[in-house]
Design a protein around this ligand. Structure first.
Ligand SMILES: O=C(O)CCC(=O)C(=O)O
Ligand SMILES: [Fe+2]
Length: 365
């Protein structure tokens, strides 16, 4: 269903800037011919060193992990996959996951339902606009409109789906598609965390048990990046790392994601049906910095609407996340992070501006 042209009530006031409640409604406005000034993004001076954007190097490609070898491979194949997984987490904090067992039809249904949500009338979506950063369903635009100095060219929908499953009532079919997709990706996340625990020299269930994944937080974070009239001046989502352990991302076949690797922003081109996996802040903490959460951002284009859908796999909100004691050694590997309850960490991240690894820096010793 096409959105109606924006009305007065679909505008919000923030930092003396008038903006629309969504980028989507802004792009449907006949007045839009150039980028509104509130969306003009300038890079921080301390980020200028890594302004080089490049395609992946042939000699240092984005790591690819074959999930089927992790769960169904021979002992030798599994051991090799765990080794490769560890290297990917250490050297990139990012990898592509192929043969991941989630059926194409399940992924497609989810993508269709996310588009259907963003295509609801603005008034219908606004029912889920919330001020409380911990609300289980949140629809919004930019990142944190009250804090953002510049607005980002992005609308989002965030939903908590575990330990308690939430879903918007509309569109019809969203609930069912999300329940199936989330159940499947939760399993993938847990299997990867087993391999990662083993790679750290811990028992396979170590992360699952210490992070209380029976009550773990799983979230859908869907992003919509409509075509932008001046994409070189705007940013979809600024450089940041994610909270949680792992982030499992899929996208609709339109590129835009960049990850920082060895000081360069690498364009990630999507391979159909694969998942893009991010090491998130809490895995950096548990591994005591052996793995680094990856800085990433999303740029926008003037050609097509991009949609990305992240599944956050995270500790239960009451878990105090700290480095695994078994990995620590007073002399050679002292704790590099202090423990912090996941709930407090998430609250900090969501109440502040998205800004690199600024929240992780607060727990660094
Ligand atoms: O759109 C993307 O590719 C990145 C999205 C993202 O970083 C996030 O949702 O945390
Ligand atoms: Fe992210």
């Amino acid at each position: 269903m096409a959105s109606t042209a924006p009305h007065e009530h679909s505008q919000v006031q923030s930092n003396n800037k008038t903006s629309f409640t969504s980028v989507k409604s802004l792009t449907e406005s006949p007045e839009l011919t150039s980028l509104p000034p509130s969306y003009i993004f300038t890079t921080n001076s301390d980020e200028e060193d890594h302004e080089i954007v490049s395609e992946p190097d042939k000699d240092d490609p984005i790591p690819i992990i074959d999930y089927s070898l992790l769960v169904l491979g021979t002992p030798h194949e599994r051991a090799k996959t765990i080794h490769d997984l560890g290297r990917a987490c250490e050297e990139w904090g990012f990898f592509m996951l192929i043969n991941h067992s989630v059926a194409k039809s399940v992924m497609e249904k989810m993508v269709d339902q996310v588009f259907a949500f963003f295509n609801l009338r603005e008034e219908e979506k606004q029912e889920y606009a919330s001020k409380d950063v911990m609300d289980p369903i949140r629809y919004g635009t930019s990142s944190n409109v009250s804090m953002d100095k510049v607005l980002f060219w992005r609308d989002f929908l965030k939903i908590v789906v575990h330990p308690e499953f939430h879903s918007p009532d509309k569109p019809l079919g969203f609930r069912e598609a999300a329940a199936e997709y989330c159940r499947r990706t939760w399993k993938v996340g847990k299997e990867l965390l087993k391999g990662i625990s083993e790679n750290l020299g811990l028992e396979a269930n170590y992360i699952e048990n210490t992070m209380n994944l029976d009550y773990g937080l799983q979230m859908i974070a869907a992003n919509l990046y409509p075509p932008c009239p001046q994409p070189e001046l705007a940013m979809g989502i600024p450089p940041h790392s994610d909270h949680g352990l792992l982030n499992i991302l899929m996208q609709n076949g339109v590129s835009g994601l960049q990850v920082l690797h060895n000081g360069k922003w690498i364009n990630v081109t999507s391979t159909p049906n694969c998942f893009l996996l991010f090491v998130s802040d809490h895995l950096e903490v548990v591994s005591n910095g052996k793995y680094k959460s990856v800085l990433h951002r999303a740029v926008v284009s003037n050609k097509a609407t991009r949609m990305s859908l992240a599944i956050v796999i995270a500790p239960s909100l009451d878990t105090v996340v700290e480095p695994a004691k078994e990995l620590l050694d007073d002399e050679r590997n002292p704790a590099a992070y202090v423990g912090m309850k996941h709930r407090d960490y998430m609250q900090l991240q969501r109440s502040n501006r998205l800004d690199g690894k600024s929240v992780l820096d607060k727990v660094k010793i």
